[in-house]
Design a protein around this ligand. Structure first.
Ligand SMILES: [Zn+2]
Ligand SMILES: [Zn+2]
Length: 371
């Protein structure tokens, strides 16, 4: 009866698209935290304590390994939690619409009249959208210096959080390399023996190696090899259970081939390669003075150059290939490095982003005779 009532109530629950995304992203965040916690447990207890110290007797190496893993994983988890926080509060555009007659420096505007942009989406309801801000439909707020919305952190990455984001992308492959380094050689031996077992096993040959579909089913010949090796690990596990080997020997998880260890290391390696690619791409954009959004969707914007009164102000369009916020790679890098690692831009007064000096010079040049 209770089960029926619960099922009926669950049927009544209807979530808005934004709430569904919030649920999915919360699950992703919990999964990522579980993966971090499990990797820490595997490294410290199974590799460090059980295998290096208890099995191999390398006390100094074990201590250095455990210390290094903790030194890397603790800030990684801290940065991750920090980037996940403030979904509706951090770097949100909350400033009143500026009076264009009072502006004296060149500023970004959306039309020939020099009007600042406003956002009419969701709760923003006509609020000022400052330059480089963007309304994130997932978070439902206008984000200052928006770069992109990252589903892995369930939050927007802005130019104020980009440094922390890049540090996290850098720490992940470093932590993986340090954690996997001592067991790398033994894992290669396990992979080789699993592959060998799989090729010699009648059942594996029947269901996989001799089946023509294995060449195309899982991403071609490489996938055929991966699935065949996984089958080898499964066969080894079944044989081990049959022979009732003592699995509680210190360091058994590392010394014997185990599928869960190989899958964890394989997943971490793929994730590390992905983060290296993302890091290189993000740093390239930092040096160019553009955000991910500006690269994907260059905005059609103008620059208004105030000249004393609203009537004499001049609005000049930005060229399609011009980067309005590029201050030169050295300055772009300096601004990026100067950002606080765990930062928020919710200051009392709005700080206008600096504009490309070469672009402003180009825009001012035809105005010289009048100024
Ligand atoms: Zn908005
Ligand atoms: Zn967002």
């Amino acid at each position: 009866m209770i089960t029926l009532r619960l099922a009926a109530n669950l049927g009544k629950i209807s979530l808005f698209p934004g709430q569904w995304i919030l649920c999915v992203e919360t699950i992703i965040q919990l999964l990522v935290l579980c993966v971090i916690a499990y990797s820490w447990y595997l490294s410290v207890f199974h590799v460090g304590i059980d295998w290096l110290i208890r099995r191999r007797g390398s006390y100094a190496l074990g201590a250095i390994y455990i210390l290094s893993v903790n030194v890397l994983i603790a800030p990684l988890a801290g940065l991750y939690l920090s980037l996940c926080s403030g979904r509706y509060t951090r770097d949100v555009a909350i400033y009143p619409l500026p009076d264009k007659k009072l502006l004296v420096e060149p500023y970004i505007c959306t039309n020939q009249s020099g009007d600042p942009d406003v956002c009419n989406k969701g709760k923003c309801n006509g609020k000022w959208r400052p330059p480089r801000a963007y309304h994130c439909s997932t978070c439902g707020v206008c984000r200052l210096q928006f770069d992109h919305h990252c589903p892995w952190i369930g939050n927007c990455v802005t130019l104020y959080t980009l440094k922390g984001f890049c540090c996290m992308l850098f720490l992940l492959p470093v932590a993986f390399t340090v954690a996997a380094l001592p067991i790398f050689k033994i894992l290669l031996v396990h992979i080789s023996s699993a592959l060998d077992t799989s090729r010699r096993n009648e059942w594996a040959n029947q269901i996989w190696w001799d089946w023509p579909g294995s060449w195309i089913l899982c991403a071609g010949p490489f996938g055929r090899w991966v699935v065949g090796t996984i089958l080898g690990f499964v066969i080894i596990k079944i044989d081990r259970q049959k022979s009732r080997e003592d699995l509680l020997e210190p360091g058994y998880l590392i010394e014997e081939p185990h599928l869960r260890l190989i899958l964890t290391v394989g997943f971490a390696m793929l994730l590390s390669l992905f983060t290296i690619f993302l890091l290189i791409n993000s740093l390239k954009m930092v040096l160019q003075g553009v955000t991910t959004l500006e690269t994907l969707r260059p905005p059609t914007i103008f620059v208004c150059i105030p000249r004393g009164s609203a009537e004499s102000s001049v609005t000049v369009p930005i060229f399609p290939n011009e980067r309005p916020y590029d201050l030169g790679s050295t300055l772009n890098w300096k601004f990026f490095v100067a950002t606080r690692l765990v930062a928020s831009s919710n200051l009392r007064s709005y700080i206008w982003p600096k504009l490309n000096p070469t672009m402003i010079q180009r825009m001012r040049s035809p105005l010289q005779p009048d100024s």
